[in-house]
Each structure stands twice: as structure tokens, then as C-alpha cells.
Design a protein around this ligand. Structure first.
Ligand code: UD1
Length: 423
């Protein structure tokens, strides 16, 4: 497997363009399966998760035409299979959206349990509760989830936990159900709004996406020939904003929606980082010493859990003791041990990481234990003295488009080598 060799202590400077949102694209492409027609999706990120999803959808009978590097025409006219049980399903979390999409289209689905990053138990009980409320029978056998319904009927569903995946999956299954579905305590992430906008453009009737109550009035048919452009990836944008600050650089992060970045921007300002927002870009630079801060992850519009590993690298550059409280996932601090190999002074106390700023990071061999943990290792490598070797790079490829090229264009010194090259 490939490794990254990062020569650190480089201040990142220049401009970086953010790609389309991974987590929106992972919902929008399966949503196209609800349609026996063609649609066009623009601003699709070129990442491994999307390549795998595309392969799965092709195995179901969907056809894809690459209009350009970032635009796909999806033709789901001849999709005939509702069985998605290959190894690919286990390779990423977003494969769970095939449950809602296939159930919505065929009233049945057989899918493999989703995989994805391992940061504790990641149950799907709220997805299942939603499908059952709509009238589906759900059986779990041999690692597969079997869903079937004679008909899907709108229902009131109160989510016991705010779940992005359950909110989207219920939306997908309910779009063509009979009657009205209400999701209460729904997640409010921007990509939920994006997926709802895509479905509405196809003729769905979804109101309230982006608030905690979403109402879906079922429609009989959806219409094709829709063109939809995916929103920018707020987690990728946040990663580059943090990278700029951690390296005491000066970066214009382009193609972002500044409103989506507010929880991070506010935290950066609190830490003495300079922020200038424009219509669709944000400049991030550092002039003064970085102040300590406490971060608590929360569902949107709170501080995103996906940005806490990169944020830890920034807190290591600040003066004093900072804390990160992880309130979404129960085991998302495994990467701290990797950072410790580089000299980080930090400890984990249950759901909290205590981070002592000001200690010097030095290059070391570290592992990308998951997607965002991998981003943290790369950022730490950019800051550290000497050479950092990051292994398990495919995790990073899953969700960051051309991360090495983008960082190198900002002045980082990162080389990708395969195991045989480095031997
Ligand atoms: C999605 C994102 C992931 C992000 C996370 C939180 C995708 C593909 N992944 O993951 O990048 O880190 O949102 O913003 O979009 N939960 C239950 N039962 C359920 C579902 C969730 O208890 O049925 C719990 C989870 O264990 C977690 C919390 O709810 O503690 C939030 O999880 P959820 O929002 O569902 O995350 P994912 O959809 O897995």
C-alpha cells in the first residue's frame, strides 16, 4: 500500500479549491436510483468512496456517463436488482444509503452491513426503526439486511439520536411512500438540504430539510433530466482552513459556503487565527500566538466531529492546555496515539482529549487509522520537524480528492511512494 513521506515545517500559502461534498454525493447518487430515468450530477468529488459506490450501482444495472471529470450522467432506467451484497458494500459507511434508495424504488432491498471508519459502535437501529415505521419488514441474516414491504406508508418518526444517516435514509425511503412522513429530531447538516434539494428537483415534496422537523409528502413518480450541482465539502474546506492555521500560513480556501464553516471560523478566531470571509471563499492566516481553546463536537451547526482530529493538530500548536470533548462517537481518539509518536503531549480521558500545546512535533512513522485521523497525521507531518511517514493512505483517498497535490500546491513537501519504491 502507498505511503506519504512528508517533509515538515512548511508554511502553507496560496489558494486551494474545495471539491464537492463527499457525504452529499454519497446520498445523491443512490437517490438517483429512485428514478427510472436519467439525471445529471455536477461537482462530484473524485474520491475512492464514490468510485466504489459507482461500481456497486453499476452492478445493480445503473449506467454512468462521464460528462467531464466532475459531472456524471446517471441512467437508472434499467436498474433491475435490489441486491447489493458484495464486498464493496463493506468498504465505506455511505453504502447504507442503498437501503433507503432500493427500498424506495423496489419496496425491497438486500444489502450488506455498512463498513467505514471505525470510531466505536456505529449502530443503524434508527435507520431500521424508520424503515419499519414506513411499513417495511426488516430481517438481519448472515451479515445482510433484508428489507421488504407490500407498500410503504407515511409515518411520524422521532429519532432517538440525531443521525445524519438515518435522516437521509428515511427521506429516501419515504419520497415515494403513500401519505406524509414526518422526521422529528432530524439532523440538520447542509448535505441533508442538498440531498433534499436534489430529490425535490426530481419532483419529490420534502419540506423542512435543514431544520429538525422534515415533512415528506409521498409522490407517485419522479421525473428525470434534472441537473444538480453538489455543494462544497465543508469538512475538506475545514481541513485546509486548519492546515493553514496550524502551519502559520496564509491560504485562500475557495469554493466554500462560509455559513457552513461558522463553528470552525468562530473557534479559529477564538484561537487568534485571522479569518476573512468572502462570498464563496475564506482567507485564513496567522500573525499572533495561537491561544488555547476547548472544542466540543456536536451535530450541525455545532463543531463537526469529522474536524476534531485535524483540530487536535492545531491545538498542539497553541499555548496552554486545550480540550476536545467528543460527543458524537464513543471511540474517536485513537489517532492521539499516532500523534504521540511525533512528540504530542496529550491524553485521553473517556470522551475528552486533553492537549498540551507548545510541544514540538517531530517526524515519525504513523498510520492513518481512519479517514479524518489520516488527515490529522498529514497535517501533523506538515507542521513537524523532519520527515513523517504516513501509512494506510487509502483511507485518505476515500474522502479527500487529490490531497497531496492540493497541499503541495500550497507549498507542502509531500511525496507519495508505494511500498516497493520506499524499500
Ligand atoms: C455521518 C457521516 C460521518 C460523520 C457523521 C456525524 C456519512 C457517510 N458519514 O455518519 O462522516 O462523522 O455523520 O456527522 O455521511 N446512531 C445511532 N443509531 C443509528 C444511527 C446513528 O445510535 O441508527 C448514533 C451514532 O452511533 C452516533 C450518532 O448517532 O453516535 C450520529 O451518527 P450519524 O449522524 O448517524 O453518523 P453517520 O451517518 O454514521
Amino acid at each position: 500500500m502507498d505511503k506519504l513521506l512528508i517533509r515538515g515545517q512548511k508554511r502553507l500559502k496560496g489558494e486551494v479549491v474545495i471539491s464537492g461534498a463527499k457525504n452529499a454525493a454519497l446520498g445523491i447518487l443512490p437517490a438517483a436510483l429512485l428514478l427510472s430515468d436519467v439525471c445529471t450530477v455536477e461537482n462530484i468529488p473524485n474520491i475512492l468512496d464514490i468510485a466504489i459506490l459507482r461500481r456497486i450501482m453499476e452492478s445493480l444495472g445503473a449506467k454512468f456517463i462521464d460528462i467531464d471529470d466532475y459531472t456524471l450522467r446517471v441512467d437508472a432506467t434499467n436498474v433491475s436488482s435490489y441486491v447489493a451484497t458484495g464486498e464493496d458494500m463493506h468498504r465505506f459507511r455511505g453504502s447504507y444509503y442503498l437501503m433507503g434508495a432500493l427500498l424506495g424504488r423496489f419496496k425491497k432491498a438486500v444489502v450488506t452491513f455498512p463498513g467505514g471508519c471505525n470510531f466505536g459502535s456505529r449502530p443503524i437501529d434508527q435507520h431500521i426503526k424508520g424503515f419499519e415505521a414506513l411499513g417495511a419488514k426488516v430481517e438481519i441474516q448472515h451479515g445482510h439486511i433484508k428489507l421488504s414491504a407490500n407498500k410503504l406508508t407515511g409515518a411520524n418518526i422521532y429519532l432517538d439520536v440525531v443521525s445524519v444517516g438515518a435522516t437521509v435514509n428515511i427521506m429516501l425511503a419515504a419520497v415515494k411512500a403513500e401519505g406524509v412522513t414526518t422526521i422529528e429530531n432530524a439532523a440538520k447538516e447542509p448535505h441533508i438540504v442538498d440531498i433534499a434539494n436534489f430529490l425535490n428537483a426530481m419532483g419529490a415534496d420534502i419540506k423542512g430539510a435543514g431544520t429538525d422537523i422534515i415533512r415528506i409528502r409521498g409522490v407517485k413518480e419522479l421525473k428525470g433530466n434534472v441537473v444538480h450541482s453538489i455543494i462544497p465539502d465543508m469538512i475538506e474546506a475545514g481541513t485546509y482552513m486548519i492546515a493553514a492555521a496550524a502551519t502559520r500560513g496564509d491560504v485562500l480556501v475557495k469554493n466554500v459556503i462560509p455559513k457552513h464553516m461558522e463553528s470552525l471560523s468562530a473557534k479559529l478566531v477564538e484561537m487568534n487565527v485571522k479569518i476573512q470571509e468572502y462570498d464563496d471563499s475564506i482567507r485564513v492566516w496567522v500573525k499572533d500566538r495561537l491561544s488555547r481553546a476547548n472544542i466540543k463536537t456536536l451535530p450541525y451547526p455545532g463543531f463537526p466531529t469529522d474536524l476534531q482530529p485535524p483540530a487536535a493538530v492545531l491545538l498542539l500548536q497553541a499555548e496552554g492546555i486545550s480540550t476536545i470533548t467528543e460527543s458524537i462517537f464513543d471511540n474517536r481518539f485513537q489517532y492521539i496515539d499516532e500523534l504521540k509518536r511525533m512528540g504530542a503531549k496529550a491524553r485521553v480521558e473517556g470522551r475528552m482529549a486533553v492537549i498540551e500545546g507548545g510541544s514540538k512535533l517531530t517526524g515519525a512513522p504513523v498510520k492513518a487509522l481512519d479517514l479524518r485521523a489520516g488527515a490529522a497525521c498529514v497535517l501533523a507531518g506538515c507542521v513537524a520537524e523532519g520527515v513523517t511517514e504516513v501509512s494506510n493512505v487509502s483511507y485518505i483517498d476515500r474522502g479527500y480528492e487529490r490531497m497531496v497535490e492540493k497541499l503541495n500546491s500550497l507549498g507542502a513537501d509531500i511525496r507519495r511512494v508505494s511500498d516497493s519504491d520506499s524499500a
